[in-house]
Design a protein around this ligand. Structure first.
Ligand code: F6R
Length: 352
């Protein structure tokens, strides 16, 4: 049941701290600062192709970035496109990211890779799913069953799982720092769920004509996911952009009727450039909502701030996403949408 919540989606949003603890349990050696992937055997990939759809594709974009940061060539592909035109695989490991393990497009991409002799691994939530049975290796995110059609806790758990995979398969000077951030993540997330002002922001912008989301680097997939969630459950127009792309076209859409949600973490060059993009939209009278740890001066240009604590940018992505989940949920609730079963959508898409 919904355990007193109005919808499965909000119940599942609130289950995230527990889901994350499950994902990390017995895999992380905090003393040694290492991740144990023993059940996967020795996978030292020289390259990685991620294949996935929808929300899982956003997780894949994040995962590919983690591998690249560790010096391993990695790229995320939309599964439907990968199967249509399979890129040269060489000896890359092909990683499917699929909550259900049953998505037809993702299965096709994995099968196309296998046909070319590639090793395959699936990051999935469902033990015994088709992808888990067909791939050479399976890594379980252990999020528990997700009933709401819109993916919520499984996305957070995919991000955590992809951190574990990268840490387990590569050497990184940052490993200990990332492990510490992952360990803090369930508690930080709980505080966001308890204290987020996303409902207030949702109330302010329920009547907006469109919603835009921007982010750079690891926060770019968060922007894409924020927009996808908004589309799915509110039926309103929403788009996610790489912050730097805004001025290459989409800026023409920005008006006082289109709130822009900017994810800005840390105070490095990426963050400062995104603040620059925020100034561009503010100059066009767009309302700005900053999802930020407050290390830049973005609050000077923002109408609202959804705060997250200072942590590693990898963990910050999960925290920023939680605010955006709540935002979409509350907009959808105010509009009276069928949140757990949005029109035209199915939980598991078994046709190509
Ligand atoms: C979005 C959503 C879909 C799925 C996509 C892939 O909320 O649920 O975009 O993420 O259909 O599903 P899986 O992960 O089961 O392959």
């Amino acid at each position: 049941g919904k355990s007193g919540y109005d919808h499965f989606m909000i119940k599942e949003i609130h289950e995230q701290p527990r889901a994350l603890r499950q994902c990390l349990r017995e895999r992380v050696d905090e003393m040694a600062g290492t991740v144990d992937l023993d059940d996967l055997g020795d996978l030292s990939p020289t390259g990685v192709h991620f294949v996935a759809c929808g929300t899982s594709y956003h997780a894949a974009l994040y995962g590919a970035q983690l591998f690249r940061e560790a010096g391993i060539p990695a790229q995320a592909f939309l599964a439907s496109e990968y199967a249509t035109s399979v890129p040269p695989i060489g000896d890359a490991l092909v990683v499917g990211v699929t909550q259900s393990g049953e998505t037809a497009d993702t299965l096709s991409a994995l099968r196309a890779a296998q046909k070319r002799g590639a090793r395959t691994l699936v990051v999935t939530n469902v033990v015994g799913s088709t992808a888990a049975r067909e791939c050479d290796h399976a890594f379980y995110i252990r999020a528990g069953p997700e009933i709401g059609v819109a993916a919520s806790k499984t996305f957070s758990s995919q991000l955590a799982a992809l951190n574990l995979l990268t840490l387990g398969m590569t050497r990184s000077d940052e490993a200990r720092e990332v492990i510490n951030a992952l360990r803090e993540l369930p508690g930080d997330l709980q505080r966001i769920l308890d204290e987020s002002r996303a409902e207030e922001v949702a109330e302010t912008y329920t009547g907006a004509g469109a919603y835009f989301f921007i982010g750079r680097g690891l926060q770019f997939p968060v922007a894409l996911e924020g927009a996808l969630k908004m589309k799915e459950i509110t039926y309103k127009h929403a788009e996610g952009f790489a912050a730097g792309e805004l001025k290459h076209g989409p800026l023409a859409l920005v008006t006082s009727e289109t709130p822009v949600f900017a994810v800005i973490i840390g105070d490095d060059e990426k963050a400062r450039k995104t603040v620059g993009n925020v100034k561009e939209v503010e100059a066009r009278d767009a309302p700005v909502v900053a999802i930020t740890d407050g290390q830049t001066d973005v609050h000077r240009y923002a109408d609202h701030v959804l705060e997250i604590p200072e942590t590693h940018e990898r963990a910050a992505a999960v925290l920023a996403n939680a605010h955006l989940q709540l935002l979409s949920y509350h907009v959808a609730a105010k509009l009276g949408r069928n949140i757990d079963k949005p029109r035209n959508l199915a939980k598991s898409v078994t046709v190509e």
